[in-house]
Design a protein around this ligand. Structure first.
Ligand SMILES: Nc1ncnc2c1ncn2[C@@H]1O[C@H](COP(=O)(O)OP(=O)(O)OP(=O)(O)O)[C@@H](O)[C@H]1O
Length: 273
């Protein structure tokens, strides 16, 4: 997939949430968009997925401007780029397997969905995806009974059910503790590497971007102020992105992934899953 973002802006009244954003992406990398709260990261992902309309600009996906798509073509694009949200956005009282099957919404007739008529193939695929993500045994439970990290994996499974080319993750680990954050990031990375699906993730923190991304885009006040590899993300570049003064410290933007001892992880994994 070749994505060409050209001068994309979004204004809310007189306020620009995203201002003339431009960059290109090729292939199937793991892309992190970083920046402070309010920098415009979510707004950009929502425009890319067409949950929100851009005020101006173009986003060419393999040459076609996806900002102009309507009706069935727009829905087809939305199923090609599945979203994962900070708050998981599952149906809490519904069982995990059904939540995953809901990734097929929009691809099937309304009546079949209303009566929960999933085909055996669909059900088998949903269970296989849950198994791949290490949560097969959670399938019959209500989504609300799971831990945050498990719920986010269910949300990723739902996204995979769409068989998307791109996964858009909007702060996927911002509500999780460090251990679950690591499991969720590892899961996204695995899908990226094993399936060749592009992942574009909004991330709060530098260390996560450095650890998981091939490419980092830094935003500040709606603008792209950094575009490069994790290695190029120096302290000075980080200052530009986060706008911090001399008291800038990496710890302020760290989620502390990897701070857990291996033994803690093992024990927690035994207890948690
Ligand atoms: N629906 C809206 N109406 C008005 N202003 C909005 C709306 N959505 C976002 N904004 C504003 O646009 C700017 C960018 O917001 P956005 O949520 O994209 O930032 P962000 O980088 O994703 O931050 P966060 O990590 O807090 O979600 C903010 O100033 C925000 O207040």
């Amino acid at each position: 997939m070749h994505l060409d973002v050209r001068n994309v802006s979004k204004r809310f009244g007189s306020k620009a949430a995203v201002e003339r954003m431009s960059f290109t992406l090729d292939g199937s990398g793991f892309v992190g968009i970083i920046g402070r709260s309010g920098a415009g990261k979510s707004t950009f992902l929502r425009m890319l997925n067409r949950l929100t309309d851009a005020t101006e600009g173009e986003i060419l996906a393999d040459g076609k401007d996806i900002l102009k798509l309507r009706g069935a073509e727009k829905r087809a694009w939305q199923s090609q780029c599945a979203m994962v949200f900070q708050q998981f956005n599952l149906v809490p009282r519904m069982d995990v397997a059904s939540n995953v099957l809901h990734g097929l919404l929009g691809r099937r007739p309304m009546m079949a969905t209303l009566f929960n008529l999933w085909s055996e193939d669909d059900i088998a695929r949903a269970l296989a995806i849950l198994d791949r993500l290490g949560i097969a045994e959670q399938a019959p439970k209500r989504a609300e009974a799971l831990s945050g990290g498990q719920q986010q994996r269910v949300a990723i499974a739902r996204a995979l059910m769409q068989d998307p080319e791109i996964i858009l993750a909007d702060e996927p680990i911002a509500s999780l503790d460090p251990m679950n954050a690591q499991i969720v990031m590892d899961t996204l990375k695995r899908i990226n590497v094993e399936d060749g699906r592009m992942v574009i993730a909004n991330l709060h923190t530098l260390d996560t971007a450095r650890r998981y991304c091939d490419r980092v885009i830094g935003m500040r006040d709606g603008r792209v102020v950094f575009d490069g590899t994790p290695e190029q993300l120096t302290r000075g570049a980080a200052r530009d992105i986060y706008g911090a003064d001399a008291s800038f410290s990496e710890s302020a933007t760290s989620t502390d992934l990897g701070a857990l001892q291996p033994d803690d992880q093992y024990a927690a994994a035994l207890l948690g899953d």
